[in-house]
Each structure stands twice: as structure tokens, then as C-alpha cells.
Design a protein around this ligand. Structure first.
Ligand code: NAD
Length: 253
């Protein structure tokens, strides 16, 4: 029996990196995956790759920072697929490594809009149908920057700390109604995310590079997808409100 047999899984930021690896892994484990991303070509290529292997996926182009688009996508999925068993709030952007003093309101709103308000909008939109059905699993991609300073700029660090708080709140508020909500905090993973600016702040960049160089291990998106699969599946039935670090041991040193 596949680990997500016949589950409907909605994954944001699924056109690249960890979200794409999750989409491929979940589909290979029997899920029907809704591949959601803001970049259409990425959606198309992820969906085509999954379906070419005989697995099941379809795509939706959505900007998670736009509440109206999110609500529309969720309604459309519920009317077409009938339910959402698994939600992965994975879409995220970097902040150009800007320290707080150099962080404009525009940058703060942009980064919080995608990394924090996106998961809030998605979770609020999906919860009523999960509650009605008596359960569901939500997996948030946070970051070690959600637990420590010095792993990114201010806006990103604030957004990921907020996402950890969102995870714990949802887990505490709905555990008795069958909802599990957990977060993954990856360390450095080889993806397309970059620094979020062509001119990142040098001081913060050097601080982050120094901290990572001391450890030096870079993860692969599939290593995060393995953990997301476990958390999404019924194998993790007793795991709720957990904030799980997956960083190859970077932050233990
Ligand atoms: P990635 O850039 O390869 O993938 C992120 C995807 O999100 C992209 O396809 C992008 O188009 C999409 N996206 C961006 N803005 C969006 C929006 N407004 N609406 C919908 N989709 C949007 O990066 P990744 O590293 O795979 O990032 C996945 C998650 O992992 C992010 O939340 C990121 O913050 C987090 N993370 C990454 C690392 C790392 O080292 N790569 C470490 C810790 C946490």
C-alpha cells in the first residue's frame, strides 16, 4: 500500500526545489497532487513530469500572497477534487539578506506576504473543509531562520518565526478535531531560491556564509520531501505541533 494512496495533496511553491520534490514524491506514493506555483512554466513542467511517470497531478497558477487568488484556488479544488487531505505551505522567497535598518516596508510586506500571510490565507481557506471531514495534515516549510537569528535577513527571519507560531497555534487549536499541523525547518538546501536580490547586504551575507561554512553540508530537496511525506502521512498520526529541524546537524554545533 502506498503511503499517500488516494490522498489529495495541495502543495504551494511546487514548481521548484523542495515543493517540486514533495510533489513528485507524494505523487509516487499514490497522492493526486495539486501543483501550485506563481510561475506558470514551472507548474507545467512539474505536472508534465509527474503525469509522464503515470502518477497523478494537475496545476494551478496562484500567488499565495493574494488572498482572493488563494480562496478561489481552494474553492475550485474542493469543487473539482472534493477535498484536500494534505496542505503543504511551502512557497517562500528570500529578503536580500537585509538587516532591519535597511528593510523597507515594501520588502517587509513582500516577504511576509509570501512566507507568512500565504500560509495564513491557505490554512484559513482549507480548514473549514478539513474540519467538516474530521481531519487533515498541514505541513509548513519554515526554516532554521524560524528558530535562530543570523541565518537570513530580518524580514525572512521574522516571517519564518511567524510561521513557526502559526504552526503551533493551528496544532493547539484544532488537535481535537483531527487536524495535525507541523513544520519543517530546513538548513541550507540546494534549490533555486538564491538570496532574493542581486545586491544582497554584505555584512549579513558574510555572517550567514561564515555560519554555514563552519558546517558545510548542503541538503538536497528530496531529503526534505522525505520528511514532508512522513509528516503528511498517517504514519505521523501522533505528531502534531512539532517543529522539526532538517539541517544535517548545522544548528546542533
Ligand atoms: P525555490 O525558489 O526553488 O522554490 C520556491 C517556489 O516558490 C518557486 O517555484 C517560486 O516560484 C514559488 N513562489 C515564490 N513566490 C510565490 C508566490 N507568491 N506564490 C506562489 N509561489 C511562489 O526555493 P526552495 O528553497 O525550494 O524554497 C521552498 C521553501 O523552503 C521556502 O519556503 C523557503 O523559504 C524554504 N527554505 C529554503 C531553504 C534553502 O536553503 N533552499 C532553507 C530553509 C527554508
Amino acid at each position: 500500500m502506498s503511503r499517500l494512496q488516494d490522498k489529495i495533496a495541495l502543495i504551494t511553491g511546487a514548481g521548484s526545489g523542495m515543493g517540486k520534490a514533495m510533489a513528485e514524491r507524494f505523487a509516487a506514493e499514490g497522492a493526486h497532487v495539486i501543483v501550485s506555483d506563481v510561475i506558470e512554466e514551472r507548474v507545467t513542467s512539474t505536472v508534465e513530469g509527474i503525469n509522464a511517470k503515470g502518477h497523478s497531478a494537475r496545476g494551478v497558477v496562484v500567488d499565495v500572497s493574494n488572498e482572493e487568488q488563494v480562496a478561489h484556488m481552494v474553492q475550485e479544488v474542493l469543487s473539482q477534487e472534493g477535498r484536500i487531505d494534505v496542505l503543504c505551505n511551502n512557497a517562500g522567497i528570500m529578503d536580500g539578506m537585509q538587516p532591519l535598518g535597511d528593510t523597507s516596508d515594501e520588502l517587509l510586506h513582500r516577504v511576509l506576504g509570501v512566507n507568512l500571510f500565504g500560509p495564513i490565507y491557505l490554512t484559513r481557506a482549507v480548514l473549514p473543509s478539513m474540519l467538516e471531514r474530521g481531519g487533515g495534515s498541514i505541513v509548513n516549510t519554515a526554516s532554521v531562520a524560524g528558530l535562530f537569528g543570523g541565518r537570513a535577513g530580518a524580514a525572512y527571519t521574522i516571517s519564518k518565526h511567524g510561521l513557526v507560531g502559526l504552526t503551533r497555534s493551528v496544532a493547539a487549536e484544532y488537535w481535537d478535531q483531527g487536524i495535525r499541523c507541523n513544520a519543517i525547518c530546513p538548513g541550507a538546501v540546494a534549490t533555486a531560491i538564491g538570496m532574493g536580490s542581486a545586491t544582497p547586504n554584505l555584512k549579513v551575507t558574510e555572517m550567514v556564509q561564515k555560519l554555514s561554512a563552519a558546517h558545510g553540508k548542503i541538503g538536497q530537496p528530496e531529503e526534505i520531501a522525505n520528511l514532508a511525506l512522513f509528516l503528511a502521512s498517517d504514519e505521523a498520526s501522533f505528531i502534531n505541533g512539532a517543529i522539526i529541524v532538517a539541517d544535517g546537524g548545522w544548528t546542533v554545533l
